[in-house]
Structure formats: C-alpha cells, structure tokens
Design a protein around this ligand. Structure first.
Ligand code: MN
Length: 155
C-alpha cells in the first residue's frame, strides 16, 4: 500500500495526507503539514476519499472549482499499518517515503457539529524523529523536483 502527501495551495495552503486503504486514498487535510518532530501534533481534518489514480496528480486545479490552486506530490512511498483501525479512530503506522519516515499516529479527537472529523497527526520518538523539522523547509516535489510556484508557472 502507498501513501501520498500533496502540497496544495488552494484558498489556504494545506497538505493532503493520503493513505491507500480499502482500494481508495483515505485523506486528511493537514494545514501545517506533517512533521518528523515528535514534540509537535498537527491538526488533520478528514476529507473525502480519493481514487488511487489521483495520488500521482501534480498540476493546477482550475479557478472556479473546488480546491482551485496548484498541487505537487510532496512525498510518497510505501506505508504499513502497525496497529489500530480507521473505524476505531486510531492508526499507528510506518511510512517509508523520501521525506517522511518512521512511526506516525493518527487519532480522531472529535467530530464538529457540522460533521467534520478532527484528528491529530504526530510522529513517535524513534530513529527517524527530528526535532524542529518543518515541512515548509522541504518544498520540492518528489516526482519532478518542482516547487508549487514552478508548477503554477507551467514549468
Ligand atoms: Mn487539498
């Protein structure tokens, strides 16, 4: 199974964190992006599942449609479940990407009155943990080496 993280500059910048599960990409929007810093928890909002084929999408979503803005494949690679289940609202899993490695946890913390699922994404303390690691310091696509600006410019 693969995971994909897309850096998506829509109306608001966010990272779409996606895990292949049950034949789809189960997805969360992470405004500040994933981190290897085990001292930091990131808010992650569950969003619609996407088709597996969307995991390699890099380009510009046209103005006027939902999510309009530029998208890069910020990281991808295999993942595997260590424990937990989506239905239980807690997943412990390992990522083996170019940027993201080691043990991560996603925990469902609450569901808003409007039905929006709020989760937390964090990195465990392990050999891959890096204090102070910030996604924004690693801005290039792992597929093409491009930044969002270069994708937006059609480079
Ligand atoms: Mn998005």
């Amino acid at each position: 199974m693969i995971f994909v993280v897309q850096r998506h500059r829509a109306r608001r910048l966010h990272y779409d964190f996606r895990l292949e599960l049950g034949g789809v990409l189960v997805s969360w929007a992470v405004p500040k992006g994933p981190t290897l810093d085990p001292g930091v928890r990131r808010a992650a909002y569950r969003v619609d599942d996407h088709e597996l084929s969307y995991g390699s999408f890099e380009g510009v979503l046209p103005a006027g449609r939902y999510g309009a803005g530029d998208v890069i494949v910020w990281d991808t690679g295999p993942w595997h479940l260590a424990s937990g289940a989506l239905e239980d609202g807690e997943l412990h899993f390992d990522l083996d990407g170019d940027k993201l490695r080691g043990r991560f946890v996603l925990v469902h913390t609450r569901t808003s009155p409007a039905g929006k699922e709020e989760w937390l994404l964090l990195h465990k303390r392990d050999d891959h943990a890096v204090a102070g690691w910030n996604a924004e310091d690693h801005p290039r696509s792992v597929l093409t080496g491009r930044t969002n600006d270069e994708v937006a410019a059609g480079a």
